[in-house]
Design a protein. Structure first.
Ligand SMILES: [Fe+2]
Ligand SMILES: [Fe+2]
Length: 330
């Protein structure tokens, strides 16, 4: 309690007039006055105590409230610190993830580039291997490089006309030129015979399909070429050789290759025959639809012929023009 407050209390103590004097006659105060004064002094003290108590309680309340605010503030501060730390760790993790992801992407790009180079090299090696094989086969078979080039161009044009993707157009094309590589194993006297072959001799000829497939090994690059080598003398009606496969049992590349090969053989001059005209060749191919040949492949080839594509390929190969482009095969 402050001094002012105590003074206020003392001033509130009333001294009764009767108590100040004795009976109003000026005689000194008696024991009753003292008792009253004492009583009032006790009341003042009680009031002061009560006031002090109230102030102490008020102070305690304020203190408690302040402590509560402080604790709350500390809690919030520690939460914020924790969140700040978590955010920091999260940012570091994110940066690490981005770094790893970037490195992974670079690694993948490097791997893809290596694979692309390796594939390109493999393709070049494969194509070089093909040209050596073909040189040997054409020398022995007395067919010409032009025959193989025309077959390839016809195959590419038919494959494209059938709506197949450009990757297959290229694959069917380069694979078709190996259709007769197996003839390297066929004895010359049978291969170059100009008279009618006996059944035994014809059996030897048939072997070139099997030999061709074997010669082309097991590499994925020659998978289509192996199919064409093995199946290019099969017929749609199942009466071909060496396996008597029919219809779609024969690979599409071989069905296309068969039309291209037979058309070019008919329209080329050989030691034992003159060249047929393109019209006669097309007519023979049309007649073979559904028997020797896949009708859809024949229809595509006939369409190409009526659009002038077959004739253009013939004249371009004769003129020694370069490799076909997509537009020229249309
Ligand atoms: Fe053949
Ligand atoms: Fe051929």
């Amino acid at each position: 309690m402050s001094a002012d407050e105590t003074k206020d209390l003392v001033e509130t103590v009333e001294v009764p007039p009767a108590a100040a004097t004795s009976g109003g006659n000026g005689a000194p105060a008696g024991p009753d006055v003292f008792r009253q004064l004492l009583h009032q002094a006790v009341r003042v003290a009680d009031m002061a105590n009560a006031q002090a108590m109230r102030m102490a309680l008020d102070f305690a309340k304020v203190y408690e409230r302040e402590q509560g605010v402080r604790r709350e503030f500390e809690t919030q501060l520690s939460q914020m610190t924790l969140m700040e730390k978590q955010a920091g760790r999260y940012a570091e993790d994110l940066a690490e993830m981005l770094r790893t992801e970037r490195e992974r992407r670079h690694e993948l790009e490097r791997a893809l580039e290596h694979e692309r180079i390796a594939n390109e090299e493999l393709r070049r090696t494969g194509l070089q291997g093909i040209s050596h094989l073909l040189l040997a086969a054409t020398l022995k078979d007395r067919t010409t490089g032009e025959h193989l080039l025309r077959v390839r161009r016809y195959v590419e044009a038919i494959t494209q006309r059938l709506g197949l993707p450009s990757g297959l157009v290229e694959e069917f094309g380069y694979s078709s030129v190996m259709h007769d590589v197996g003839k390297i194993h066929t004895p010359d006297h049978i291969l170059q015979s100009e008279h009618h072959l006996s059944d035994e001799e014809f059996d030897v000829i048939k072997q070139h399909c099997i030999d061709g497939e074997t010669m082309l090994g097991e590499a994925r690059f020659f998978e289509t070429a192996r199919g064409i080598a093995r199946e290019h003398h099969e017929r749609w009606d199942g009466k071909g050789y060496p396996d008597g496969k029919k219809g779609e049992e024969i690979s599409l590349a071989a069905r296309i290759g068969s039309v291209a090969d037979v058309f070019d053989a008919l329209t080329s001059k050989r030691p034992y025959k003159e060249a047929w005209s393109a019209e006669a060749g097309i007519e023979a191919i049309e007649k073979g639809a559904g028997e020797k040949f896949d009708p859809d492949v024949v229809a595509a080839f006939v369409a190409l012929s009526s659009e002038g594509v077959v004739e253009r390929i013939r004249s371009e190969v004769a003129a020694g023009r370069p490799e076909p482009t997509e537009s020229s095969a249309k």
